[in-house]
Design a protein around this ligand. Structure first.
Ligand code: ADP
Ligand code: MG
Length: 465
């Protein structure tokens, strides 16, 4: 398929990257770049000069890698080359890891990157993506609480009940989007003056840099003099030995909260499950409001697909939307990836996206997802979680804990697959479809009041990603 044309691939990636940073930043660093070559495991990007290449590496590598991976549907390493004359290509530097969760190696690199940063380079740490706004955020059952809490923080920052606001949930569910929407909206409405948005990785690397340069006082001042501090992905504080960073963050937190300044944090899980996080931080993070983000339900998936397609000027028929919403269930980033792949195809082939075209273009993404969220996988995951056997789930037994596990499994099958009530009933011991309806209603009702159940469901869902 033509998608592997490096120029086309890069132009689709660029259209996504453009929305992820201020227009000026994009123009400065990306306008003179080109997709040069794509192989099964490597994508080569042409950059105009060594300075630009180094910047790409230090500053945008993760984003580029993430976007390229989404579009190719596989992980590749990214190389940056300078094109000299007609043929000679000079690599800039090739040994950075490709995109992935932070690990021990990257912690060292983060520290080094911090070292090399220029003092006072505010934009470096303060990048907000233009399109991560409330306006572009689709609200559904899966995220309405976190959304409402975020709006409340914008309206009345620093209120004890919302301070800190901790938004937590799995990968690609919209935590960064929401956290940045808070920053945008607060600035726009003027409810706060000084906003600082950083990832915990940047907080860490700036802190290390300040130690090395003997500027810890300045560091503390920078962070303690803001009205709204947003730290994204605090789970990074737990990796490796970051005792001093945690301590520094602890003091920053206390000073800000005492001054009535607002703190917003995001995390991939609920703070008490962040092993490696100091107890006093865990307890402080629970002082305010914990808001979880869940995987999107079917209606939200549809709404997101509509919104993304509209935004990109792509016309998708209801059956194509339903096809994607059915099969890409776990993660909003993947939904976006599907729309962008279709967009790339449509712009290359100039043909309409029929259901057949969508099936073909998305085949590698969908096949993976279908496997991940099949009924049998759900049964296995639920059985494992509740320590019952898969056979029990289909058997006649009425033992209470088995009945609950069975109902949860039915509920998840209904939510995560497009199997009919009849098919689900049949697989669960030839039960009638009304039993499945009853199970789904029971679990929905329980979910209204039972936080533990919600946590259980999140864990099972995450284990299926
Ligand atoms: P996380 O930080 O939880 O890993 P992100 O905030 O990076 O997830 O979201 C992944 C992608 O999905 C982003 O491009 C974001 O704009 C998009 N996204 C997430 N949630 C929503 C939503 N509710 N409505 C529209 N787009 C969303
Ligand atoms: Mg994020």
């Amino acid at each position: 398929m033509k998608q592997e044309d490096p120029a086309q691939l890069w132009s689709v990636c660029l259209s996504e990257l453009r929305g992820m940073m201020p227009a000026q930043t994009f123009a400065t660093w990306f306008e003179r770049t080109k997709g040069h070559d794509v192989t099964p495991d490597k994508f080569t990007i042409e950059v105009p000069n060594p300075f630009s290449g180094e910047r790409m590496l230090k500053r945008f590598h993760d984003k580029i890698s993430q976007v390229v991976t989404t579009h190719l549907g596989r992980q590749v390493s990214i190389d940056y080359h300078i094109f000299e004359g007609n043929s000679q290509i000079v690599p800039v530097l090739t040994d950075l890891p490709s995109y992935g969760p932070p690990g021990p190696d990257r912690e060292g690199q983060a520290a080094q990157a911090g070292q090399e940063q220029q003092a006072g380079d505010v934009e470096e740490t303060d990048i907000l993506y233009d399109n991560y706004t409330f306006e572009n955020f689709v609200v559904g059952e899966c995220n309405d609480f976190a959304h409402a809490a975020s709006l409340a923080v914008v309206k009345s920052p620093g209120q004890q009940t919302f301070n800190p606001l901790v938004i937590y949930g799995g990968v690609g569910l919209g935590k960064t989007h929401l956290a940045q929407a808070i920053a945008h909206e607060s600035k726009q409405l003027g409810t706060v003056d000084r906003v600082r948005y950083v990832t915990s990785e940047i907080f860490y690397s700036e802190f290390i840099e300040s130690i090395q340069e003997k500027k810890t006082k300045e560091f503390a001042q920078t962070y303690r003099n803001v009205d709204l501090l947003i730290v994204d992905d605090i789970q990074f504080f737990c990796k490796g030995h970051k005792d001093r960073t945690q301590e520094e963050f602890f003091h920053t937190f206390d000073v800000l909260r005492q001054k009535g300044k607002q703190i917003v944090l995001t995390s991939d899980r609920i703070p008490k499950e962040l092993s490696g996080l100091e107890e006093r931080l865990v307890s402080r993070f629970e002082w305010g409001l914990l808001a979880d983000m869940k995987p999107p339900d079917y209606e939200t998936r549809e709404a997101i697909l509509h919104k993304k397609a509209d935004k990109d000027g792509l016309s998708l028929s209801p059956d194509v939307i339903a096809y994607i919403a059915d099969r890409v269930a776990s993660n909003i980033r993947e939904l976006e990836g599907a729309v962008l792949s279709l967009l790339a195809y449509a712009s290359l082939s100039h043909c309409d996206i029929t259901i057949e075209v969508a099936k073909r273009v998305l085949s590698n993404k969908i096949r993976r997802k279908q496997r991940a969220a099949g009924i049998e996988d759900i049964q296995k995951a639920v059985a494992r979680h509740y320590d019952v056997s898969v056979e029990d789930l289909a058997a006649k037994t009425r033992k209470k804990h088995v009945v609950t596990a069975r109902q949860i499994a039915m509920f998840l099958c209904r939510d995560m697959t497009r199997s009919s009530l009849k098919d689900i009933g049949a697989i669960f011991g030839k039960r009638d479809h009304t039993t499945v309806i009853h199970a789904c209603q029971t679990i929905k009702k329980l979910l209204l009041n039972d936080e533990h159940l919600q946590d259980d469901l999140d864990k099972i869902r995450n284990s299926l990603l």
